[in-house]
Design a protein around this ligand. Structure first.
Ligand code: URA
Length: 236
């Protein structure tokens, strides 16, 4: 038996939070009876309907890697009707991004309709390393480098910097290009991390997500993940 909102989310219908809202709004029924309590548990034989429509338990699972361009929102919908990462992918399935990148951040983002994998990967205990290439305003100094080695504190918590590499210091442009790999899910964490060291991030690109890298994907391009890649994500 599993909690109703988890089952709805795992079938890829919507997020767990949204499923809780639907339940509390009397929009969900189990075996023909409206359920509006969040503790309700169901099993595989139960028929779940949302607003009278039966949930398809055989949803085809799909997985994509997108090279997100700037100026695109990392969510399935936007109340201001701006372009979203989902708009860039041609699929009949109801997909959503795994985690977020800022509006002005580019790079690797995964999208799927697999709620189970999403919940696994975004859970802090999963510790997915993510690589970012940041263009900093200014030339990074020794003090900042030492702090990166020690693990900088952002908003009272240490950021686990797995690795970092200075790619280029450009005195003419007064910029530093640095590759940093962190295990973190906090919003705007890379920008906050460098801010705490005294640097603004001018440009930010995510170049890797765990073992996945962008490869030849150009900005706005995407590809499905292979079965092997999906299995590897599951077996972390
Ligand atoms: N850190 C940020 O500051 N922005 C992102 O988009 C991702 C990580």
């Amino acid at each position: 038996m599993e909690r109703l909102q988890k089952v709805i989310a795992n079938l890829g219908y919507c997020s767990r939070r949204k499923a809780e809202e639907l339940i509390l709004n009397n929009e969900v029924s189990v075996n023909g009876v409206i359920v509006n309590k969040l503790g309700t548990k169901v099993d595989n034989n139960d028929t779940i309907e949302i607003n009278g429509k039966m949930l398809n338990k055989q949803t085809n699972k799909v997985y994509y890697m997108l090279n997100k361009p700037r100026g695109v929102i990392s969510s399935a919908e936007d109340e201001k009707n701006r372009k979203t990462v989902v708009d860039l992918i041609d699929t009949d399935q109801r997909i959503y991004p795994i985690g977020r990148l800022d509006y002005d951040t580019t790079g690797l983002i995964l999208l799927t309709n697999d709620g189970e994998l999403t919940n696994m990967l975004i859970h802090p205990s999963y510790e997915v390393p993510k690589g970012y290439l940041a263009k900093l305003k200014g030339i990074i100094d020794k003090d900042a480098i030492q702090k990166l080695k020690d693990g900088p504190i952002v908003e009272g918590r240490r950021v686990e910097v797995v690795d970092f590499k200075i790619k280029k210091k450009d005195p003419i442009k007064d910029a530093t290009y640095i590759l940093v790999t962190i295990i973190e899910g906090r919003n705007h964490i890379v920008k906050k991390l460098f801010k705490s060291l005294g640097y603004d991030v001018d440009k930010l690109t995510r170049v890797s997500y765990d073992f996945l890298t962008l490869g030849n994907l150009k900005s706005g391009e995407y590809r499905p993940l292979t079965i092997k890649e999906v299995k590897k994500l599951y077996n972390k």
